[in-house]
Design a protein around this ligand. Structure first.
Ligand SMILES: [Zn+2]
Length: 340
């Protein structure tokens, strides 16, 4: 099959060519990839660093390796023990490997599995014509769901879906979303509105208004003042900052008394300083969130209708390198997808 692969860490080592077909046995299914989302995790899996310029090493295996965590496609072959699917089923793939037997899995927290990992990092991923995955990671998609939407479920949509659950966002509360035009940000704005929250989106992109936020803050330097004005001094009950250090202070100052601050990303840096007095005086909860559970993934795919996923550029498999470079382009204006 054709695949984008690398034999050692480094974006410069990525090439597209012939790769051995995946072996599909037992409880696995072979999926013919139709669309793959391109995310920072894929870039980092290839670069071997968990950060843009530096950061701790991220070891992809096996080598040579195929990245690609976010996958939608059609089942083309079933392992001998697979009963729940038939060839031709259109599916989205949950991107966390999990054993189903450890204490976290038994508690329904598959993304925290003790022996787990991310598809495309801990095993070969979807930047290829075919990928073989455990059938328990696979979910059929509704007839009306587009391939772009299906290929946005497991990372782009599930990550904010779980984070807002983790933060217990309730109807009538205020939600502040940093990076609202980013992959996860655009979904967070929509999920916030679906939950009945009043949503303030931070983004300089005009199209973010089409996602339905109550307010948009275009100037990142006036976030705290504007949140104060929009909330009549109360500030935001839930603040979602997946951008990291650069917007840490503005995001923390924007949390309401008894509010929740939640993150799942560090694109602009991981180190921040915190005055603990404000944390307990305002009874603020600082929360980390990663991925989402298998049950949340199924709920998202089956029941959350009409998510608007803005796609900026589509590339073919042969242009995987260009797709990865576009991920951090200044002019980027929506999602990047590989379509085969
Ligand atoms: Zn487990």
């Amino acid at each position: 099959m054709r695949a984008a692969f690398f034999d050692k860490a480094g974006i410069e080592n990525l090439r597209v060519g012939e790769f051995p077909d995946p072996v599909t046995t037992g409880h696995d299914v072979l999926v013919k990839v139709h669309t793959a989302g391109v995310n920072p995790i894929d870039y980092f899996a290839i670069s071997g660093r968990h950060g843009l310029k530096s950061g701790p090493a991220l070891v992809a295996k096996p080598m040579p390796h195929i990245a690609g965590a976010e996958i939608a496609g059609t089942i083309s072959k079933l392992g001998s023990h697979v009963k729940d699917f038939v060839e031709g089923d259109r599916v989205a793939i949950y991107s966390r490997l999990f054993d189903g037997t450890c204490d976290y899995c038994r508690a329904g927290l598959e993304m925290l599995c003790r022996t787990g990992g991310i598809i495309g990092v801990a095993c070969n991923g979807g930047f290829a014509e075919y990928v073989s995955v455990p059938s328990k990671n696979v979910c059929k998609i509704p007839d009306g769901m587009s391939w772009e939407e299906a290929a946005s479920m497991s990372v782009t949509a599930l990550t904010p879906f779980h984070a807002l659950r983790e933060a217990h966002l309730r109807a009538g509360e205020g939600l502040l979303v940093f990076g609202a035009s980013g992959n996860t940000g655009m979904v967070a704005v929509q999920l916030g509105k679906m939950a009945g929250a009043s949503v303030i989106a931070v983004s300089s992109k005009g199209w973010v208004r089409d996602l339905g936020p109550d307010h948009v803050i275009e100037d990142r330097n006036t976030v705290v003042e504007q949140v104060r004005e929009f909330t009549e001094g109360k500030m935001a009950d839930v603040v979602l900052n997946s951008l990291g250090a650069e917007s840490w202070e503005a995001s923390y100052e924007s949390v309401a008394i008894n509010g929740r601050w939640v993150t799942f990303g560090i694109l602009t840096g991981a180190q921040v300083s915190l005055d603990l007095r404000s944390l307990y005086n305002k009874q603020i909860k600082l929360m980390g969130s990663t991925g989402g559970t298998m049950e949340e993934f199924r709920e998202l795919v089956k029941e959350v209708k009409g998510l608007n996923v803005r796609v900026w550029k589509k590339f073919g498999l042969e242009q995987t390198r260009d797709a990865l470079d576009a991920l951090f382009a200044k002019q980027r204006d929506g999602r990047i997808m590989l379509v085969f």
